[in-house]
Write a protein that binds this ligand. Structure first.
Ligand code: C2E
Ligand code: CA
Ligand code: CA
Length: 392
């Protein structure tokens, strides 16, 4: 079993390394109390512990023991007068079921432990074969991403966003990345999270911002009216203040007024109430850049986020649109959400509108703007130019 503390870095940052060290000692004692004297417990490094439970009658007993270890974290730690809450994630691999040597067993326990972290931490995860396939696939995609990033092997597409009242007016476009030569996965919903976890998102994200604004400058010399460009910014990119300068520099390099840029963020970026994220958003907003909250209705959909952060636009997720189409209660909810957002001067976009019935429904429920296959799928630069030409 591999045990890794959750957010140990925060504890070190908040209380100092001395307290962090003492916490590790106490953690070791708590784990030891749950083991028999002859069972092996080791600290592998940092905040990672390994222990071996032998003579298991069956795999369920492993689960029970791991849960018991985890439960010892329910009690707060008291270290030199500081009350500290700390949880852990545990990954389990089993001999001989998962492997017959220590390298393989450790690797698989590690994979299971990462799964426990990804599922929200503070839990036990027992290794399963499909996790290894998942892991290998992710690893492969990460390798391919590294190469593709160094060669800028991506393309940008743009999806028109249309005014709900004037059905032909393009009010904005959303930049969406495409990876045409991808070997393992060309789906951004799969490879973007991998780019995030492997910290590749910063260079990829910078390339996206730079190229999107380059295209935008070029299209503005051809299309002679104003619409905005939206760019998706991942929560990891908001953890570094440099992004404000980067965006500001790219805007001026390409002669683009900041109020023509919309940065799309998701609610997960706001969950940790990170001080840097907060200042990045405020500074971007002070520059004149607009902020859109993406995928609204899928996560917390928190009102305090709308009030505490400079949100100008809310994008209602496609699942809300689909739900509202089939059920009048959901449709009334959508109308209510739109009314509420209007009262605090936030504009709304209905995402993923695919057919006439959905279009009529969102128009009747006071959505401001519409995006979706009904009007257009994401388009290459050339196709976008003809789309905009035809529509205006
Ligand atoms: P998102 O930001 O919510 O983007 C909207 C997604 O919905 C896009 O998928 C778009 O192609 C799809 N879509 C648009 N209209 C419709 C419709 O009518 N019906 C349906 N079923 N889908 C529609 P895509 O391009 O596959 O991107 C998926 C996600 O990947 C995005 O969700 C976003 O979270 C992420 N992503 C894409 N491009 C970028 C990027 O440049 N940077 C970052 N950080 N994330 C990106
Ligand atoms: Ca988006
Ligand atoms: Ca979205």
């Amino acid at each position: 079993m591999l045990l890794d503390l959750d957010h140990f870095k925060n504890i070190n940052d908040t209380f100092g390394h001395d307290i962090g060290d003492r916490l590790l000692i106490e953690v070791a004692q708590r784990i030891q109390n749950e083991l028999r004297a002859e069972q092996i417990l080791a600290r592998l490094g940092g905040d990672e512990f390994a222990f071996i439970i032998d003579e298991l009658p069956n795999i369920h007993v492993a689960q029970v023991i791991a849960q018991r270890v985890l439960a010892t974290f329910d009690n707060l730690f008291n270290i030199q007068g500081n009350t500290i809450h700390c949880s852990a994630s545990i990954g389990v691999s089993v001999f001989p079921l998962n492997g017959d040597n220590k390298e393989v067993l450790l690797k698989f326990a590690d994979i299971a432990m990462y799964r426990a972290k990804n599922l929200g931490r503070n839990q036990v995860c027992i290794f399963q074969d499909n996790m290894n396939l998942d892991f290998q696939r992710k690893y492969q995609i990460e390798l391919e991403l590294r190469e593709a990033i160094s060669e800028s092997n991506f393309e940008l597409h743009f999806q028109p966003i249309i005014c709900a009242k004037e059905s032909n007016k393009v009010i904005g476009i959303e930049t969406l990345i495409r990876w045409p030569n991808a070997v393992t996965s060309n789906n951004p919903s799969e490879f973007i999270p991998i780019a995030e976890q492997s910290r590749l998102i910063e260079s990829l994200g910078n390339w996206i911002i730079k190229s999107a604004l380059q295209y935008f400058e070029k299209m503005r010399t051809i299309v002679n009216y104003d619409f905005y460009i939206a760019i998706n910014i991942s929560s990891y990119q908001l953890l570094n203040l440099n992004i404000v300068n980067f965006i500001s520099k790219q805007l001026s390099n390409h002669n683009i007024s900041p109020d023509l840029l919309v940065v799309e963020i998701t609610e997960t970026s706001l969950l940790n109430e990170d001080i840097i994220t907060n200042s990045v958003l405020k500074e971007l907003h002070n520059l004149g850049v607009k902020i859109a909250l993406d995928d609204f209705g899928t996560g917390y959909s928190s009102i305090s986020h709308l009030l505490n952060y400079p949100i100008d636009i809310v994008k209602l997720d496609r699942t809300l649109i689909v739900a509202a189409e089939s059920n009048t209660k959901n449709a009334r909810l959508m109308k209510g959400i739109n009314k509420m957002l209007k009262s605090i001067e936030v504009l709304t976009i209905a995402e993923g509108v695919e057919n006439k019935a959905q279009l009529t429904m969102v128009q009747n429920n006071s959505v401001d703007f519409i995006q979706g296959y009904y009007y257009s799928k994401p388009l290459s630069y050339d196709d976008l130019i003809s789309f905009v030409g035809l529509n205006n």
